[in-house]
Each structure stands twice: as C-alpha cells, then as structure tokens.
Write a protein that binds this ligand. Structure first.
Ligand code: BTN
Length: 274
C-alpha cells in the first residue's frame, strides 16, 4: 500500500468516522464500484471502503469512462447501508457532491472556499480566472428491493496529484494544480482528503435519506455552479435558477416557462467544464 493511503485506517479511527472501515486497498481493479457492489452482495457492513490505485474500467455517469493515471488520485467506493424510497437516491447523490466539495475546499484553504462549486447533480468544479474546471466525479449506484433502496454505493474519482491532463481533457483539474495556481504550499496527502470526504458523507447521507434535501439545501445553493447561468438539459435551453426541496434543478426556459429536472446531463451554455 502506498505510504499516504496507509494512513487512512489511523485517520478513520482518530476522527471517529463511521465510514471507512473495513478497508480494502487494491493496486488495480476494473472499477471500485463493482468491488463495492460485490462486497455488498457478500454482506459487507455499512461504511466498507474500497480504494484502488488504478482502474481498468472506471465508469462515470451517462456511460462515460473515468480515467486516472495510476497512483496519483483518489479512486474509491464506499458502501452506505441506508434505507429510503428510490426517489430519495438522486437526493443522496446531491449530498455526495457537497461532501466532496467541502473536502476540496478545505484542501484549498478558507480564502478560496468560494471557488469550489457543485454542478448539479454532483460534479465538483473549481473556478479560476472565470473558467470552471472539473476536479471530481461521483457515481452513485443503488440496490432496490421490495420498493426500497437498501444501500447505495458511492463511487468517487477525485483528482489530487495529477499535474497535467491530456489534451482531450482541457477542463480537468486537480488539487495539486489548483494549489499551485494559488501559490499554496506543498501538496495535501490523499488520506486526509479522503477522510474529509468520508466525514462529509457521514454527516449528511443518513440525514438526507430520512429527511430529504431540506437540511442541506441552503448549503447546496451557496455552492451552485449553475445558478443564473445559461444551460441546456434534455434539449431544453434556459437559465438555471436553483434547486428545489426535492433536489430538482430549476430552469427558466428561453420561452419563459419554469421547468424542474429530477435527473439529466446539464451542459453549460457558455463554456467551462461540461
Ligand atoms: C462522472 O463524473 O461521470 C462520475 C465519475 C465517477 C468515477 C469514480 S472512480 C471510483 C468509482 N469507480 C468507478 O468505476 N467509478 C467511480
């Protein structure tokens, strides 16, 4: 196990986290989400965590591929055993975006807190020089039985140490790139970023499973990357104007009709991370 990830179990214990144990660290796997789903079927407990240094078939939302150079970033999945209506799962996925946002914001320091945003439903972006760049992606997969979701697998790819991305990813960034651009000191280690994400998930997931988006909605609105921006979603063009109590994206169409979206891929109308 690499030195920095070796510190994860101690951090989980020290911080009294309920997520992060038991821990499986893999040099390589197809997808940590598949490991976690398999683990869930085999009876792994709430909080079990799978981390990989490399994935051969990393998956994103909407059938996308998630690629990351071996050993540089965080690629992990956590098993969260919460029971809720399937309609709550997209709301859980918003809470995951917030947890990752907060961890990235803390890695960049308080002075840059406002630069770290969530693009609905849960892409985490960093704004610099007016450009939005993607730093993390989240894939939440649930298991439904007898009309209830009985667990979710939260898969997170968070760019920590990559210093240069290939030309086909012009709007990708990492904590290392963003810290350097802000003149901040040496890199943060992956274990502490991971522990911050786990703490955020621990803080909010059960809350949202039981009470919905209400308790986290103000925080979501404060870091909403889409607010007042031109967007296209499901072929509809308009201006995003917030997130409602059910976690739906609110869009005022170009024809002046208000619409609400439960799910979908949003494209920013005027540049920045898609
Ligand atoms: C997206 O932005 O489309 C979501 C990307 C999610 C990637 C992570 S990496 C760890 C976990 N394993 C996967 O195969 N996918 C998620």
């Amino acid at each position: 196990m690499s030195e920095d990830l070796g510190r994860v179990p101690a951090l989980v214990r020290e911080r009294g986290l309920r997520l992060g144990e038991p821990l499986v660290v893999l040099a390589e796997c197809a997808s940590t989400n598949d490991e976690a789903k398999e683990g869930a079927r085999a009876g792994a407990p709430h909080g079990a965590l799978w981390i990989a240094e490399a994935q051969t078939r990393g998956r994103g939302r909407q059938g996308r591929v998630w690629s990351s150079p071996p050993g540089e970033n965080l690629l992990f999945s956590v098993l969260v055993r919460v029971t809720c209506l399937p309609s709550r799962v997209p709301q859980l996925s918003l809470a995951c975006g917030l947890a990752v946002r907060d961890a990235v914001a803390s890695a960049l320091g308080e002075a840059h807190d406002g630069d770290v945003l969530v693009k609905w439903p849960n892409d985490v972006l960093v704004e610099r020089d007016g450009v939005l760049r993607k730093i993390a992606g989240i894939l939440v997969e649930s298991s439904i039985a007898s009309g209830k979701a009985n667990h979710v697998v939260v898969g997170i790819g968070l760019n920590v140490r990559t210093r240069a991305f290939p030309p086909e990813l012009p709007l990708a960034t990492s904590i290392a790139i963003e810290r350097a651009a802000r003149g901040l000191g040496p890199d943060v280690d992956r274990a502490s970023v991971l522990a911050d994400v786990l703490a955020g998930l621990d803080r909010d997931l059960e809350l949202v499973a039981h009470r919905g988006v209400g308790p986290i909605r103000l925080r979501l609105l404060e870091c909403d990357a889409l607010a007042r921006r031109p967007v296209t979603i499901e072929g509809v063009r308009g201006t995003a104007y917030g997130i409602d109590l059910e976690g739906r994206l609110l869009v005022m169409t170009e024809r002046g009709e208000p619409m609400k979206f439960v799910a979908g891929e949003v494209h920013l109308g005027s540049g920045g991370a898609e």
